[in-house]
Design a protein around this ligand. Sequence first.
Ligand code: ZN
Length: 396
Amino acid sequence: MLSQFTATPGKGTTRLTYSKEDLQARNYIKEIMKEYGLSVREDGLGNIFGKLEGTLKDAPSVLVGSHFDSVPNGGSYDGPAGVVAGLEVAGLFSKNNLTPKYPLEVIALIEEEGSRFGGGLMGSRGITGLLTEEEFFKITDKDGKTTVEAMTEIGLDPSLPKKRDPKTLKAFLELHIEQGPILEEKGIPIGMVEAIVGLTQLEVTVEGRAGHAGTTPMDRRADALVAAAQMIAKFPEFACEEGDGTVITTGRLNVWPNGANVIPDKVVFTVDIRSGKEERVLDAVEKVTEWVKSYNGHGIKTTVQQQLYMPPKVMNQEIVSLLKQKCSERNLSYCSINSGAGHDAMVLSDVTDVAMLFIPSKDGLSHCPEEWSSSKDIANAVEILYEAAKTLTEAE
Ligand SMILES: [Zn+2]
């Protein structure tokens, strides 16, 4: 399956956007799309679309899919489970010789995790225009390589259109692993996503003064790392104060010059803030920003940049009801659930009707090699998506 395309064999899936492994996975996905009779297209971001034409002229498409990139040393299911589900839905259309009125489109999106270019959700943000072409062209990876250079290296064409006219979209269905423990603990095979939590990423830069670790007295220092450490240590307290499941995480920290005997003069770290309630997110952003700024002075200078802000998003109630109905018809139990992670569905909900299904994650684990979901759960979800896609595309 897709998990064979990894830069870290035996140590989980590492499939960064526009890497060699991206190209291998891409070719595999395109091959299956063709096998299922879909016409394949890539846009100027490298997102892949496999389309089964409908009988209605110029009708909007029902999209099914997810992303196919991964975090470093991640799992085989976060993203690809949804892409494979989309492919299998198309496979069932082909096997049952269905002709839809509205086109069915399987989509495989790039850079949802933001592991190479930061920010995340790049494929869907490009499609909706939330990320403009100009902004896209300016983005570089940690080695300074631009998106355009990286795309060209694997034979993609960055000059192709990126933003999609919302009029071409009828609905988007995404299957994703839960990435948490709830469904497994309850023994329920399907999670019906009602809302996706809001998500904010800040990038904090702390500048101090470099100096010799042996000869600079403690009271003459402006140590950027000591200041950053004190800032970060306070974040868990802020999250608890907010409550309502608010979480704050610093997951990346870079130190300059990063020498064992040099006082750090610059630190850049990320702050990821999430909550199901928008006011909690906004409040936490304000608290973090104020706290960071309070360190200005005595040779320390701070800047806070908001790199991403997504308010909580509610799923389309009609499609959610349709999915629930399909579950009931098949005697599959489900429960309502909120998504604690951001997803492409969240971005696409701005331009089309979206719904999401979750399947259980073993031990609630994700973003690690141990990430696992059962093929039976995936197959069940595919059935539900297939039935819903049949209704939404008005296929016979
Ligand atoms: Zn994902």
